[in-house]
Each structure stands twice: as structure tokens, then as C-alpha cells.
Design a protein around this ligand. Sequence first.
Ligand code: SF4
Length: 323
Amino acid sequence: MSQPVLDVRDLIVEYKTPKGPARAVNEVSFSLRAGERFGLVGESGSGKSTTVLALMRMLRGGRIAAGEIRLNGVDLAQISEPAMRRVRFAEMSLVPQGAMSSLNPVLRIGDQMADIFEDHGVRRSAVEREGRIERLLEQVGLPGTVRWRFPHELSGGMKQRVCIAMSIALRPSLILADEPTSALDVVVQKQVLGTLSRVQRELGAAIILIGHDMALMAHFVSRIGVMYAGRLVETGPVRKVFAAPRHPYTKMLIEALPSFEKTAAFKGIPGVGPSLLDPLPGCPFHNRCPMAIERCRTDPPAFRTGSEDHHAACHRTEELADA
Ligand code: SF4
């Protein structure tokens, strides 16, 4: 089997607060192979966006307290900031959540794209560079003339496509997409995800899609990781996870999905997640879990192998699988 493009081991991320360190990501491990599509889901504050920012080494006010982030064999947690700058865009790129806040409002789109080549020392003649920018824009379904426009002249969907074009400019082996369609309406969401899907396939890059929309994930990724309170609580092929979830939190997320067939009242997940400053002992989900037993209040569940590729951190995972 080929080496993973990305191998994250026991990653811990902490934020400094006046009340002490808040552990936003807690011993998270996962890996991705070339071309693989992996989805990270969970409620707000579950640690999924922090995980992605840690991979990019773009944490503001936070730090990687422990763990390894191996991208093509190199541990990004250990390299210098200048070396990390060379990795961004060239080996790993980010499609951000809010395109408007990540694009420079006073620079034309073409100039912002040209900066990527400039920053990475890609020497091209002006004609070659313009041609490359035009092709990148066309690759994401935009006319080449968009390079002359300013961000405020574009719709939300167009700006997000520009961000996708920028993310693939240097042909990275890994794309991180942090809720790339959250600010868009449903129709544009589908189009933008379709574009992302197509360029990722053309490039052969692996991708991590972050989101909280389980239905959207089910259509886009092949493997999924569910995060809760900074921990990865279940991972597996998306079909297996949807057909037979092995963690009660995943099961409740799936049951909360709206559907045309369901006529019963909408089912949410009662309660709120634990404070990161004052984590619960035992299983972090025990105060909301309908399957909690005494042991769950004191004994943190380890990640257990359900089948070769489907794992969950729950003391009662076998019972859930049997059910
Ligand atoms: Fe629920 Fe216990 Fe499993 Fe945690 S370990 S998810 S509390 S059954």
C-alpha cells in the first residue's frame, strides 16, 4: 500500500486563556492517501477548524502542544516558519470559510493570484503568467476576464471559485477546505462543491472537507471523521458510518438529518458540549449520551477497532453495532 500523503499522530492544540490552557484538539490521529477525500464533521467548537488551522500552522493565539503532522514524510510541527511558508500553496493549500475576508479587497484578482507565483519564486514571463492565471480561472468555471476584477465586483460563489483557483495554482498534494460553502445558498453550494470535486480529481490531490452538514459530506467524501469536544470519536468509510454508526453521537447526528420521508418531530441533540477549560472526566459525551452507564463517567473510552477501517471511541460500541 502507498505511503500516506498526510499522517497526523496524537495532535494536541491548546489556546492560552486567563483561566489556563483550553485544549481545543486532543490527541487526534488520522491519515490520508493520495487522491482520498476525507470529511471532518462535528458541532461548532468540536475542534475541526482548529485541526485544519494547526495543519496549516495558522493558529492565532493557539499552539501545537504535542503530536506530529507528517506531510509527504516531513513533520510540519517541527519545521521553521520560512520552510512552512514554502509548504503553503505548493504542497498544501486552504480553501477558507469566508472568501470575502481572505481576498484582498483593494487588489485585482489577477494580481492576488500572481502574488502566489511571486512568493514561491515561480519565474514566468508576464505573458506566461497571464495565460496561467486565465487557465486557472477557466478551470474553476470562471471567465478569464475575472482577473481584472476586484473582489467586491464578484458574487459569493465566484469569490469562492477564485479561492479554489488560488488553492490549486501550485498543484498541491493536499487541499484543506474549511466549510467552503457555508455562506452560499443551496444551489451555489452544489455548484461550488462540484467545481472543488472536479479540480481535486484532475489534480489527484487528497482533500479534507470540514463541515457540519452530514448530508453534504455523504455526497462528497469517501471517509469521514466525527469530532466531539476536541476529540475524534469515530472514523470510517462514509457508507459504513451512515449505515451502522458505532458512536452514539454520530448516530444522533445522522438521526437529526431532515428528510422528506420523516413525519415525526425534528430530533436535535439535547444539551451542550463540555467546556474546554473544565473537561468532563470519563467520556466527554456522557452528559448528553442516552447510552451512558456508570463507567462512562469515570473511564475515558479508547479508540476501538470495529472492523479494519471503522473505529469509535465508546465503551458500548459493540452493542451499538449489533443494534
Ligand atoms: Fe455514551 Fe458511554 Fe459511549 Fe460515551 S462511552 S458515547 S457516554 S456509551
